[in-house]
Design a binder for this molecule. Structure first.
Ligand code: BES
Ligand code: ZN
Ligand code: ZN
Length: 502
């Protein structure tokens, strides 16, 4: 799909669908009247007859072959101008794209000015359409056979964003460019996550990372089974013992020549499928556990987007990739393992595997002396139970870093809500026959998981852990996403990183 900014007035080719936004209680847009008198007449009639008032999400459609530009015009209600926020324009943009898809419209033209108002600037509107054109049109359909393949044809070919304030052109361009980079990163993450566990193995992820390094300005290093053994990465090796697929620790690096901001390490949980191991999960909804590599997908996609955006930052992404299964010689409850940093762990529950692989990757970051570490993981069902899909659980050891991540969350809508990491929780993971236990009992599960990770974070290093168990998957269709992976984290990290070099 091609998103184009077009300065008005300019002679335009016909479109399939033209779209206006309309605020409740406002006079009808003059521009549209001049453009499409017939259309304006019908809309005014709808307003007068109270068929349409402009309430948020309400739509009215005029289908008329007398229209100059397109056979159909849609007006979408934006609600009261005073209530209009970024989330509103994003939702409206998503709705527009989904409407276009239903109508199989190939050329969509949006009158961008009509979508700015309240807190939303023209630039915000451009960013929203730039991003949602891709997010809302996304489908994961490569496993569908040709015959039933209606879906594929529905995506619009072009979305034109028409604007009249010419002075804004360069900032609008930047906004759309940024939005498209972030969106394509998000879709990359979605694609990787939606791949089923039989296709998405550690080696598959290695291939994706190596291809990325060939294409873009990132370098890739892979630690395979043998190297992991030499390095004594006991956590990664133990979890993968039950899999027939070899494990890997993938390390991607971007921007080594930028020294000013120090190194940011991003660590992502990469469990390509989580059966729970010997402490096996219930059958219901287990298929969703292909999403247990969402953290690693967010990391690889962020590095890809960073290379596209060419930001002057030095970022290293670490992705421990394993499968938590029950073949071969799986770990047993009660097994004691020795981790990369030398600490021993009694594995009381083999389903608490994410923390075991993250622990090794976190400890391994020590060699980079990072200025900050952020990890992302679908770590605990408890986090999903606490926040649902509305917030990422956030825990960390540094107030300033926490505040910066929280701010990036507010700006992007990928909100992060902090939970405490008080020392008092440590007792719950203290070992009897070992240094640590891998579970902390039935209470405070999201916190005790993070307490466990904290044990492996290099000393004096600011670190934030993001539990994305509730936000990485979408159970029913939304304005920006179909059922499946959301790609959460990419936009959040890109915003965080962009802010750090501003
Ligand atoms: N990948 C899961 C987290 C998860 C579980 C996400 C359910 C979404 C829904 C993780 O590996 C896990 O199984 N965690 C356990 C930890 C428990 C054994 C302490 C959990 O949350 O149940
Ligand atoms: Zn698990
Ligand atoms: Zn897991």
């Amino acid at each position: 799909m091609d998103v184009r900014l077009i300065a008005a007035p300019r002679k335009r080719t016909p479109a399939d669908l033209i779209v206006f936004g309309f605020f409740e209680g406002s006079p009808f847009l003059k521009e549209s009247e001049a453009l499409e008198p017939d259309f304006a007449k019908s809309i005014r009639a709808a307003l007068e007859k109270k068929r349409f008032s402009g309430k948020f999400g309400e739509t009215v459609s005029v289908y008329c072959d007398k229209l100059h530009e397109a056979p159909e015009a849609v007006v979408i209600g934006l609600g009261k101008k005073t209530n209009f926020r970024t989330l509103c324009v994003r939702k409206s943009a998503g709705t527009v794209i989904q409407m276009a898809q239903c109508r199989k419209a190939e050329q969509v033209r949006v009158f961008l000015d009509s979508f700015s108002g309240g807190e939303v600037t023209l630039q915000n509107a451009a960013e929203a359409f730039g991003e949602l054109s891709h997010l809302a049109a996304y489908r994961f359909d490569q496993y569908k056979s040709q015959s039933g393949d209606e879906e594929k044809k529905k995506t619009p070919e072009t979305v034109e964003l028409l604007f009249s304030k010419s002075a804004a052109e360069s900032s609008l361009k930047k906004a759309v460019e940024w939005a498209e980079i972030v969106a394509s990163g998000t879709l990359m993450a979605r694609n990787l996550i939606n791949e089923p566990g039989n296709a998405m193995t550690a080696s598959k992820m290695v291939k994706v990372a190596e291809e990325l390094a060939e294409e873009k300005a990132v370098t890739c290093k892979v630690l395979e089974q043998k190297e992991l053994e030499e390095l004594k990465m006991g956590g990664i090796l133990a979890v993968n013992q039950g899999s027939i697929h070899p494990p890997a620790l993938i390390i991607l690096e971007y921007g080594a020549r930028y020294k000013k901001t120090g190194i940011l390490c991003l660590v992502g949980k990469g469990v390509t499928f989580d059966t729970g191991g010997i402490s096996i999960k219930p059958a219901k909804d287990m298929e969703k556990m292909k999403y247990d590599m969402s953290g690693s997908a967010a990391v690889i996609a962020t590095l890809s987007a960073l290379a596209d955006a060419k930001l002057p930052v030095h970022v290293i992404g670490l992705m421990p990739m394993v499968e938590n299964n029950v073949a071969n010689n799986p770990i047993r409850p009660g097994d004691i393992i020795r981790m990369y940093n030398g600490k021993t762990v009694e594995v009381l529950n083999t389903d608490a595997e994410g923390r075991l692989i993250l622990a090794d990757a976190l400890a391994y970051t020590e060699r980079y002396k990072p200025r900050a570490i952020i990890d992302l993981a679908t770590l605990t069902g408890m986090c999903a139970a606490t926040f649902g899909d509305k917030a990422i659980g956030m825990l960390g050891n540094d107030e300033r870093l926490l505040a910066r991540v929280r701010k990036a969350g507010e700006i992007t809508g990928q909100r992060c809500w902090e939970l405490p990491l008080w020392d008092e929780y440590r007792d719950q993971i203290k070992g009897h026959h070992s240094d640590l236990l891998n579970i902390g009992g039935p209470y405070g599960g999201t916190i005790t998981a993070a307490m466990f990770l904290k044990e492996f974070v290099p000393a004096k290093t600011p670190w934030v852990h993001l539990d994305i168990a509730g936000t990485a998957w979408c159970d029913s269709p939304r304005y920006d996403c179909v059922k499946g992976a959301t790609g959460v984290g990419v936009k959040l990290l890109m915003q965080f990183i962009a802010e750090s070099v501003r």
